[in-house]
Design a protein around this ligand. Structure first.
Ligand code: ADP
Length: 366
């Protein structure tokens, strides 16, 4: 491995020190950013999957165009790498408008936001990624800007401070968040349309792989694309990243063509298993099964067993394991499901007299 998959720290100071290299991380890394712009679908037609959001958005945009108006503000929620930035660019393209891209953490002060808003042109799309991480004063300024296309700029300090109203041209805010539930209701209510992005089906990811392979000039057989899609955790960004790694392997070890065998061998080299688990995911599962008999075991104990920070296990490995139905969070600790035993090819231990077995975890959201 050439060590080219360093994460750019887009999560912005998450606690606990995330691992620096992760082939299956859904956040964009430096390498992704260079290639992604070439792979982004340019219009709704090209955008794979998300049928419902695409159809709804198509109506919103068509209606706005027919009225000759600026499109309503749009909120996109969903996990990283599912296409929120791509959709915001498509919205701008479909409206024939320019786009400005920024993010919640980049806006520390209300003044930062005022500077951006006051420089927008009529109809411009403002993409605000991680909108739930904006500062409170900036958020309050945004309420007024979204509703009345106006901001109050505060001049001076203390008792002599005055608010000078500033008119803004109509614009379209596209907010993106990984968790819509984190947004204060007054902010959520100011969006005319909210689209929830789902994880992609394997067949949709196959389409993404075929499309990207075409753009990257790589030959991929249908079975090769299926192999990559099945290990991409429902996420186009990961599918594109795995495709690039498999392409490297195919060039160096074969004739460049991606067959099922080539994809499987390449991903074995990168320690991505058939279900899309990487080394950390498997280490967590193995510890849970082999050391703790499938649980229940506390998160901290599990983290020590795999020599990782608690937060890394909780935020990096667990969400996917839970989503895959391999691990359950219960009030008494982490528990492996029967599918976890099957996935690692291990026999679950016989439990005497039932009660607290791994098979019936109580569901518990921590
Ligand atoms: P997000 O903003 O949700 O993190 P992005 O919009 O940056 O995700 O998407 C990551 C990459 O995945 C993009 O470069 C794009 O190439 C690809 N992608 C995302 N959604 C789709 C899609 N529906 N069809 C094809 N490619 C997609």
């Amino acid at each position: 491995m050439k060590g080219d998959e360093t994460m750019a720290g887009t999560g912005g100071g998450e606690p606990g020190g995330m691992p620096l290299e992760r082939l299956l991380g859904a956040e964009a890394d430096g390498d992704d950013q260079a290639v992604e712009s070439a792979l982004r679908p340019r219009d709704l037609e090209e955008f794979v999957g998300q049928t419902r959001v695409r159809e709804q958005l198509d109506l919103v945009l068509r209606a706005a165009r027919a009225r000759g108006a600026t499109a309503d503000h749009v909120l996109l929620s969903g996990a990283p790498g599912l296409g929120k930035t791509t959709l915001s660019m498509i919205i701008a393209a479909e409206m024939g408008a320019p786009i400005r891209i920024t993010s919640g953490p980049a806006i520390q002060h209300a003044g930062d936001l005022a500077a951006i808003l006051s420089s927008l042109t009529e109809g411009e799309v403002l993409f605000l990624d991680e909108i739930h991480r904006m500062s409170r004063p900036a958020e309050e300024m945004l309420y007024m800007a979204m509703e009345d296309f106006r901001v109050d700029v505060i001049v001076g300090k203390g008792p002599g401070a005055t608010a000078i109203p500033l008119e803004l041209p109509p614009f379209t805010l596209v907010g993106a968040t990984t968790r819509a539930g984190l947004l204060p209701p007054p902010l959520r209510d100011r969006f005319g349309f909210t689209g929830h992005m789902e994880f992609y089906e394997p067949a949709e990811l196959e389409q993404v792989v075929h499309r990207s392979a075409r753009l990257l000039n790589v030959e991929v057989e249908p079975e090769g694309a299926a192999e990559i899609a099945g290990r991409s955790r429902g996420t186009p960004r990961i599918a594109n990243r795995l495709l690039r790694r498999v392409r490297d392997y195919a060039q160096v070890r074969a004739d460049g063509r991606i067959t099922r065998e080539i994809a499987a061998s390449a991903l074995q080299v990168y320690e991505v298993d058939g279900r899309g688990l990487d080394r950390l995911d498997r280490a967590v599962l193995e510890a849970l099964l082999r050391l703790f008999g499938g649980g229940p075991v506390g998160l901290s104990t599990l983290a020590v067993a795999v020599s990782e920070e608690r937060e890394t296990v909780e935020e990096v490995a667990e969400p996917f394991l839970v989503r895959e139905g391999l691990l359950a969070r219960t009030p008494r600790g982490r528990v492996a499901t029967p599918a976890a035993w099957a996935h690692l090819g291990l026999e679950p231990p016989e439990r005497s007299g039932g009660g607290g077995g791994a098979g019936q975890p109580e569901l518990f959201e921590s």
